[in-house]
Design a protein around this ligand. Structure first.
Ligand SMILES: *Cc1c(COP(=O)(O)O)cnc(C)c1O
Length: 383
C-alpha cells in the first residue's frame, strides 16, 4: 500500500454500537465513527438486514437500467429536504465534483451566461480529486499537484465584505460547509449565511452546501442547512449516508435538472442496488426513529458536560459545535491527546492541529458520554 495515511498503531477488527475491539481483544469507546460515517453505530441490525436481503437478490446492473432502490432512496432524500433531483456516486469528493460540474453546466448551457467561477472559503475541505482539492481552502492538500484546474477563488469565512468583493459576472456558484469540520469546527454565522443566500438569489449565483460531514442527522437536523433558514440550490452527501457502506449523493433543486441531461455525467458504481438499499434503510431509520432530534439532545449533553468538566483546564480554550459535531479547541497541539486517549480506550480525532474533534454515533448514551468526558477531562486537565 502507498504510504498516504499516517496510521495509528491500532488494528480494529470488530465493532458493535459505540464500541470497537482491536486484534488483542482490547475494547474502545468510539467517538470518531470512522470520521462521521457510522452515524448509527457499528453493525446496525436494520441496515445489515437490508444489505443481506439485497445481496440475495441483485448486486449490480449498470445505470443503463432502472434501479428501484435508487428511485426509492432518491425519493426519501427529496421528500425530506429542499431538493428535487438526486445523482448517486460513491464518495464525498465525487459528490462535490458532480456539484461543481452541474453548477458550471447549468450556468453555461441553461443560462447561457458563460459563468464558471466557484467561490470557496479559507480552511474549507471539499475532497481530494483535482477539482475538489482545488476547491479546498487549505494549501497542504494542493502541494505538488500543479497545474490545478482554473476558476476557483478563496475568501475568508463569515466575512460578507470579502464575498461582495469576490463576486463578479463570472461567478457560477458559492460552495461552503455550514460547519467547517476538517478546518477546526467553525459554524457559519446566522446573519452571514442569510446574506450569502440573499446575494446568491439576487445575482443568479448557485449556492452549494457541502453536507458531507454535517448531513444525515449529525448536527441535530437531517441536514445542517435546516438550522439556518436557507435552502441550497445543490447539497452534497456521503459519509453518514450509507452507515459505513461507501456511497455519495448530490441533491439539486428542480431548475438544475436541465443542466444534467443524458450523457452529461455518470458513474459505473453510482447508486448500485446494494448501495441504495443501504441508503434507504439508513434514511428510514434516521427519519423514522427521530435520530436527528436525538443527536441534538445528545450534543447538548456532551457539550454541557465538556464545558463543566473542563472549566478548570487552562489548556482548553473553547468547546463548540453543532449537535454531535463537537470540537475542543486547545491552546496548543493535541496530537498526543489523541494517542493518550487511545491508550485509555477512547477514540477521538483532530480537526486541525489544536482541536480535538468528537463524532460519536447518533445513538450514543449519556453513560458513554460521561465515560468519554471523564477520560478527556483527566487528559486535558493534566496539561
Ligand atoms: C470527508 C469530506 C469530503 C470528502 O469526502 P470523501 O468521501 O473522502 O471523498 C468532502 N467534504 C467534506 C466536508 C468532508 O468532510
Amino acid at each position: 500500500m502507498l504510504p498516504t495515511y499516517a496510521r495509528y498503531p491500532l488494528t480494529l477488527v470488530k465493532g458493535e454500537g459505540s464500541w470497537l475491539w482491536d486484534d488483542a481483544g482490547n475494547r474502545y469507546l468510539d467517538f470518531m465513527s470512522g470520521i462521521a460515517v457510522t452515524n448509527l453505530g457499528h453493525a446496525p441490525a436494520r441496515i445489515k438486514e437490508a444489505l443481506l436481503q439485497q445481496l440475495d437478490q441483485l448486486w449490480h446492473v449498470s445505470n443503463l437500467f432502472h434501479i428501484p432502490n435508487q428511485a426509492d432512496a432518491a425519493k426519501l432524500l427529496t421528500d425530506n429536504s429542499c431538493g428535487d433531483a438526486v445523482f448517486f456516486c460513491n464518495s464525498g469528493a465525487e459528490a462535490n465534483e458532480a456539484a461543481i460540474k452541474l453548477a458550471r453546466r447549468y450556468q453555461q448551457l441553461v443560462q447561457n451566461n458563460g459563468r464558471y467561477e466557484i467561490i470557496t472559503f479559507e480552511q474549507s475541505f471539499h475532497g481530494r480529486t483535482l477539482a475538489t482539492l482545488t476547491a479546498t481552502g487549505q494549501a497542504k492538500v494542493k502541494e505538488g499537484f500543479a497545474p490545478l484546474p482554473e476558476g476557483f477563488k478563496y475568501i475568508a469565512y463569515n466575512d460578507i465584505a470579502a464575498l461582495e468583493t469576490a463576486v463578479s459576472d463570472k461567478t457560477a456558484a458559492i460552495m461552503l460547509e455550514l460547519v467547517q469540520a476538517e478546518g477546526g469546527i467553525h459554524p457559519v454565522d446566522q446573519t452571514y449565511i442569510q446574506q450569502v443566500a440573499d446575494l446568491c438569489q439576487r445575482e443568479g449565483i448557485l449556492l452549494i452546501v457541502d453536507e458531507i460531514q454535517t448531513g444525515i442527522g449529525r448536527t441535530g437536523k437531517l441536514f445542517a442547512y435546516e438550522h439556518f433558514g436557507i435552502e441550497p440550490d445543490i447539497f452534497t452527501l456521503a459519509k453518514g449516508l450509507g452507515s459505513g457502506f461507501p456511497v455519495g449523493a448530490m441533491v439539486a433543486k428542480e431548475k438544475l435538472r436541465e443542466g444534467f441531461g443524458a450523457g452529461s455525467h455518470g458513474s459505473t458504481f453510482g447508486g448500485t442496488p446494494i448501495a441504495t438499499a443501504v441508503v434507504k434503510a439508513t434514511l428510514e431509520t434516521i427519519v423514522g426513529d427521530g435520530l436527528s432530534d436525538r443527536a441534538a439532545a445528545q450534543g447538548e449533553y456532551l457539550m454541557s458536560q465538556l464545558r463543566e468538566k473542563l472549566s478548570g483546564a487552562s489548556f482548553v480554550k473553547e468547546v463548540r459545535g453543532l449537535g454531535l459535531l463537537v470540537g475542543i479547541e486547545c491552546t496548543g497541539p493535541v496530537a498526543d491527546v489523541i494517542t493518550e486517549a487511545q491508550k485509555r480506550g477512547l477514540l477521538v480525532i483532530t480537526a486541525g492541529p489544536n482541536v480535538v474533534r468528537l463524532l460519536p454515533n447518533l445513538l450514543v448514551t449519556n453513560e458513554e458520554i460521561d465515560e468519554a468526558v471523564a477520560i478527556l477531562a483527566e487528559l486535558l486537565s493534566a496539561r
